[in-house]
Design a protein around this ligand. Structure first.
Ligand SMILES: [Mg+2]
Length: 369
């Protein structure tokens, strides 16, 4: 049986075509760490851990130290014929560091999928070859922010929470659309119950097709979210409130959400994401898969999960779109709102595509006996 013999990391930096602004952050680049596992037969598996100071608290330096330290200690020398148990091993190696753990867990799944000559999505049981995504519209304060949805998308997610004009801006985006437009709104924790109630009431009165309201209140405020749910008819999505399956259970117990946004960098990988989707569905909650600001490597892993837990619905997988121009990149994953799941083994196509954006590799290897 093949053994994990090397774990390596490299910085991954990509410019965005449009600056990304939310109530939590502003960036013109993807800043990630790529993780590569290699087994004793030379088969590799890749994962991506994005720097997300304001959500997971992880930085490029912390991800590097975590992956090459305790996570490498836990992984090197393992015999890997199945990646199902990897998340628990990584969870036992460090507290927090969910993005670093997710990158290693995804890399293990990628490696096993490549050994089995399956795409990552197929290896998880998916049967579809593409998933649908919304596209995010940056907050009104972003340079060049417009009140028109990007062409080709019929579902947008508007970032609010920074600007008193947010309520009117969403109405303008609705009115300016030439096609029926479903609008999702994400306040990234910036509001209180009364601000959120006022906004939703105004949007519904203006005829906005409001898909959902995401994380309107601070992550810790489950009681406030439950109160808001009693006041408005619009579904509430939890994002920053729910990292782990334990957070999800508390959210369900508090009746604080209608839908959970599952992100690999929050929950620690594909298996934890699958388990959370199962719990959410059994409790009557909707599930959506989201991503952080990351490249098509990380988004392909998230889309593979989405293809299993919600093949028919619209997810939140536009992160890589911000660094890819579909018009000049016909081999890329985006065709309007469709994100393509490559049929090649594992995440190999996505890993090849990011090669030019990688810095130098730093590796740890299993000690010789
Ligand atoms: Mg969000």
């Amino acid at each position: 049986m093949a053994q994990l013999v090397e774990i390596a990391i490299a910085p991954l930096t990509r410019p965005l075509h449009t600056e990304f602004v939310t109530a939590l952050r502003r960036t013109g680049f993807v800043y990630s760490i790529a993780v590569r596992l290699t087994d004793s037969d030379g088969v590799v598996g890749w994962g991506e851990a994005p720097q997300i100071w304001r959500v997971t608290g992880e930085s490029l330096a912390s991800i590097e130290a975590c992956v090459l330290g305790p996570l490498a200690d836990a992984l090197l020398g393992l015999e890997l014929d199945d990646a199902a148990g990897i998340a628990a091993i990584l969870d036992g190696a460090v507290a927090g560091n969910t993005g670093a753990r997710a990158a290693c867990e995804i890399a293990a799944h990628d490696l096993v999928a490549r050994r089995n000559a399956q795409s990552l999505a197929q290896s998880l049981g998916a049967t579809v070859t593409e998933v649908t995504t919304d596209v995010t519209m940056a907050a009104a304060t972003a340079p060049g922010a417009v009140d028109v949805a990007p062409a080709g998308f019929t579902e947008v997610k508007v970032k609010v929470g920074l600007d008193p004009d947010d309520i009117d801006r969403v109405i303008r985006i609705h009115q300016n659309s030439a096609v029926p437009l479903s609008i999702r709104v994400d306040a990234n924790q910036a509001w209180d119950v009364s601000t959120a109630t006022t906004a939703v009431t105004a949007w519904l009165a203006a005829g906005v097709d409001l898909g959902f309201l995401e994380q309107p209140l601070p992550a810790w405020d489950l009681a406030g979210l439950a109160e808001l749910r009693r006041r408005i008819p619009t579904p509430i999505v939890v994002d920053e409130s729910v990292f782990s399956i334990h957070d999800l259970r508390r959210t369900i117990d508090a009746a604080a959400a209608d839908i959970v946004n599952i992100k690999l960098a929050k929950c620690g990988g594909l298996r934890p994401g699958l388990a959370m989707a199962e719990l959410a569905k059994s409790a009557g909650l909707g599930v959506m898969v989201g991503s952080m600001m990351e490249s098509e490597l990380g988004v392909s892993a998230a889309a593979s999960l989405a293809a299993v837990i919600g093949p028919e619905q619209t997810h939140d997988l536009d992160a890589a779109w911000w660094s890819i121009d579909p018009a000049t990149d016909p081999e890329g994953p985006y065709r309007g709102p469709k994100f393509r799941l490559w049929a090649e083994p594992g995440l190999s196509v996505a890993a090849n595509r990011i090669g030019a954006d990688l810095g130098a590799w730093t590796a740890r290897q299993v000690l010789e006996p």
